[in-house]
Design a protein around this ligand. Structure first.
Ligand SMILES: NC(=O)c1ccc[n+]([C@@H]2O[C@H](COP(=O)([O-])OP(=O)(O)OC[C@H]3O[C@@H](n4cnc5c(N)ncnc54)[C@H](OP(=O)(O)O)[C@@H]3O)[C@@H](O)[C@H]2O)c1
Length: 392
């Protein structure tokens, strides 16, 4: 199916999960910032709540309401058939996400989500990448704080370095923020599925074509003091380094031999050690179903940090890139990473897929691969910093 044949669909963009915490923020962002002629709809399982959301949107936004439920696959198929782009916040994605990916891959609709779950991304690659390539659908996972600043930041850093030479990039994440019930549920669920995550990664590796003539790695790295950023660096095994690695595999610009390492940057050693201990304790506790339920009950789905807390929150990701005798320090920075900025990144990525002149891609693709410069420019215009801090 050509992309042209999708222009006769009634909606440019459908936002599924619009009544959730990030869904509501995303709907408000779109109502305030999308082009006036955007043909869009909010979708979810409760029509009454969708109607109330629509009434609350600023500027009397002209938006349709669609009912869809992950337990009724026909309703998801209808969303995909009626939209050029479907953006979903309905997670944990490994539990609720696959039917919509399948429907988008099959009908040629572009798809984006907010997953930070490597198992889900790997399984969707194995099961739906081939069909999406046939129909022309772009399946773009991790379009929030996981992994846009890291993926586009590494891409931005690479573009400051010489072409055709081996390159290394190290990313250092610092943030001050709180999280939502939906994020907690997804994180606990992922922590309890370690074996299944490894199995999915192995299955993906069996399907992924080899990379002839180029080498791309994302090793875990070791804890150390990183003088280049003046902080303790702790390896951060999130989905982000996997996404950066996939962008580097897809794009020749990352050079013949590319290595990316991903760290949390913490100024004081006791804080660093305390953080490692706390994450280890939660990961261990998440293996026990009753403890996992207790932890999950601390913050219900739909709950999240207040507007005041979000206004005080911020993030900064610094990158040190080297290669061809050059070294560059760059930064991607913004406000509340998990929610306000995630909603912005998610909405801008959806608009980017719908309207921008992008390189021809299809199948499972990353933000850098599908939208690189166009999405970077959109985010800059929307107030997220991408800058070169130093070079030599
Ligand atoms: N990448 C990132 O950086 C990032 C940042 C934030 C969040 N996230 C992820 O984004 C997801 C959403 O987070 P959140 O805080 O917005 O969570 P949330 O408030 O719990 O929202 C989840 C949404 O899923 C919907 N839903 C649940 N079951 C459904 C069903 N059977 N059919 C249709 N819809 C259903 C909910 O509908 P109702 O409104 O009707 O309950 C709600 O709209 C989570 O997976 C989270 O981990 C990622």
């Amino acid at each position: 199916m050509s992309r042209m044949s999708r222009t006769d669909r009634p909606y440019d963009l459908v936002l599924f999960g619009a009544t959730g915490f990030v869904g509501t923020l995303t709907a408000h962002y779109l109502a305030a910032h999308a082009p006036r002629d955007l043909r869009w709809a909010v979708a979810g399982r409760d029509e009454g709540r969708l109607e109330r959301l629509r009434e609350d949107l600023p500027g009397g936004a002209d938006v349709a309401v669609l009912r869809a439920d992950v337990t009724e696959p026909a309703t998801l198929r209808a969303l995909a058939e009626h939209a050029r782009v479907v953006a979903t916040t309905v997670g944990p994605y490994v539990l609720y996400g696959e039917e919509l990916v399948a429907a988008c891959a099959d009908t040629g609709a572009d798809y984006l989500d907010l997953t930070g779950e490597p198992e889900f991304v790997d399984l969707m690659y194995v099961r739906h990448d081939a069909r999406a390539r046939e129909t022309g659908a772009r399946l773009v996972h991790a379009c929030g704080f996981d992994s846009v600043p890291h993926d586009l930041g590494a891409y931005f850093t690479v573009r400051q370095l010489p072409e055709g030479v081996p390159l290394t990039v190290d990313g250092y994440v610092t943030a001050d923020a709180a999280f939502s019930g939906g994020t907690l549920a997804s994180a606990l669920n992922q922590m309890a599925r370690g074996r299944r995550m490894l199995a999915a990664a192995r299955e993906r590796a069996r399907h992924e074509p080899r990379l002839p003539g180029r080498r791309v790695t994302a090793p875990a790295g070791t804890p150390r003091y990183a003088a280049e950023v003046g902080a303790w660096a702790l390896p951060l095994p999130t989905i982000d380094p996997r996404i950066v690695r996939r962008s580097a595999r897809a794009l020749e610009r990352y050079g013949p031999d590319f290595r990316y390492r991903h760290y949390a940057a913490v100024r004081r050693l006791p804080v660093a050690l305390g953080g490692v201990a706390a994450v280890g304790a939660v990961a261990a506790a998440a293996q026990l179903p009753p403890v996992r339920r207790w932890l999950s009950d601390r913050l219900k789905p739909g709950d999240g940090p207040s507007a005041r807390k979000r206004a005080e929150s911020w993030f900064s990701v610094r990158f040190v890139g080297e290669g061809g005798g050059r070294r560059v320090l760059t930064e991607v920075a913004g406000g509340d990473p998990g929610y306000d900025e995630t909603a912005k990144m998610f909405a801008e990525a959806a608009l980017c897929l719908a309207f921008d002149d992008l390189p021809p891609t299809a199948g499972q693709v990353t933000t850098a691969q599908a939208m690189g410069d166009a999405l970077t420019e959109r985010l800059r215009a929307a107030g997220i910093t991408f800058r070169v801090a130093a070079r030599r």
